[in-house]
Design a protein around this ligand. Structure first.
Ligand code: UT7
Length: 351
């Protein structure tokens, strides 16, 4: 039986450290508030005009490819998950293919969103291609550059203090070793709350924030310039979040989707060697840990250093845990995520 194993992992974070005190110079917030509510002490910001979502993804990918013991030319498919792409289109998949210099092989590139759940969705897709024998070396990347599009005024403080930049990558290969590899993935979504954690403009909805009756149609000035007053007033061009709703839903969905994966393959929480939760908020991770009765050494948290890097958070954490020698052959690793969409998912991997 063919399964997919993670043959190499890599991560990259920008060198610029932004502390909570740095943010409190820009907006009405404090180190105390941020640490108490989220556990975050600092995050990384990319260097504008030099680093992008793609360049960070490429840096992480090079390490993962090297650790998988293959050449970049061996990659036969690329999946790129991000909510902060370099361009509206084309996506980062083709850009990273070019950045890595593997255009000659003309391999397919797939861009996915799924925000905080992006990496779990991405490895689930890769897993299907590998199980069917379609591809043999799939590069999966989660990368984000949030710092370019956050609201640094008081109005955006609930969102801005949480997010950071970074990238993580993995190479997936087939394995026939009994019991090894990705044992199950579970993917979910509920679009009912799509706008509760969203970056909605510009978009085909018309560019205004809210409905036409409330804000009116966009005006045309001089025949070509559109003025989206509602958008400007409501700052619809920044991410917005109903934090309490996201929190409340996350603490239910995380344990639920982990349980679902465990039931799928017939294991219990005591069998999990390492839980890598999406780094949404340290309080959410602690809640999930408590609910599953997992000891501290079986849960990897690094949100304190990097903030929430959405699609990059799981591969960065996975890579750090592996580098620290906390993930070894035969270990049962659980990945779990929840975020915008709402989307959520889990994966159980025998390393
Ligand atoms: O990957 C998924 C992504 N998102 C998440 O996982 C986020 C989940 N939600 C959360 O982590 C929490 O909801 C937050 C940390 C975002 C916010 O914490 P909260 O305890 O839910 O705060 P709140 O939004 O209910 O706001 C409480 C107060 C408000 O002031 P008033 O109205 O009580 O005077 C906010 O204006 O805290 C204020 N506030 C802040 N104060 C200082 C909101 N953000 C900040 C801030 N600094 N950065």
């Amino acid at each position: 039986m063919i399964r997919s194993r993670i043959a190499g992992v890599g991560h990259y974070v920008p060198s610029r450290v932004v502390t909570n005190d740095d943010l409190s110079k820009l907006m009405e917030t404090s180190d105390e508030w941020i640490q108490e509510r989220t556990g975050i002490k600092e995050r990384r910001y990319a260097e504008k005009h030099k680093e992008t979502t793609t360049t960070m993804g490429a840096s992480a990918a090079k390490i993962a490819i090297d650790r998988a013991g293959i050449q970049k030319e061996d990659i036969d498919f690329i999946i790129f998950a991000t909510l902060s792409p370099d361009y509206y289109f084309p996506g980062c998949g083709v850009l990273v293919q070019r950045a890595l210099g593997i255009t000659g092989t003309e391999v397919g590139c797939l861009d996915i969103r799924q925000q905080c759940t992006g990496f779990v969705y991405a490895i689930s897709i890769a897993d299907q291609f590998i199980r069917t024998g379609t591809y043999k070396n799939i590069l999966v990347i989660g990368s984000e550059m949030h710092s370019m599009g956050l609201d640094y005024s008081d109005q955006g403080r609930n969102v801005t203090v949480i997010f950071g930049d970074g990238a993580g990558a993995a190479v997936l290969q087939p394995t026939t070793k009994p019991g090894q590899g990705i044992l199950t993935t579970r993917l979910h979504a509920d679009g009912t709350h799509a706008e509760e954690l969203a970056f909605i403009s510009p978009g085909s909805h018309g560019g205004y924030y809210g409905n036409v009756e409330e804000y009116g149609f966009p005006e045309v000035e001089n025949g070509e310039i559109f003025v989206y007053q509602g958008l400007i007033d409501k700052k619809g061009y920044y991410p917005n979040m109903n934090g309490p709703l996201v929190f409340k839903t996350a603490v239910v969905k995380f344990p639920e989707v982990i349980q679902e994966a465990m039931d799928d393959i017939g294991v219990e929480t005591k069998d999990i060697d390492m839980l890598i939760p999406h780094q949404a908020n340290l309080r959410i991770s602690q809640f999930v840990q408590k609910k599953l009765c997992l000891p501290d050494e079986k849960v990897w948290n690094n949100i304190q250093k990097y903030g929430n890097t959405t699609a990059a958070s799981i591969p960065i954490a996975l890579c750090e845990a592996w580098e620290a020698g906390k993930i070894n052959e035969g270990d049962l690793v659980c990945l779990a995520a929840f975020g915008s969409g709402f989307t959520w998912g889990s994966a159980l991997i025998r390393w």
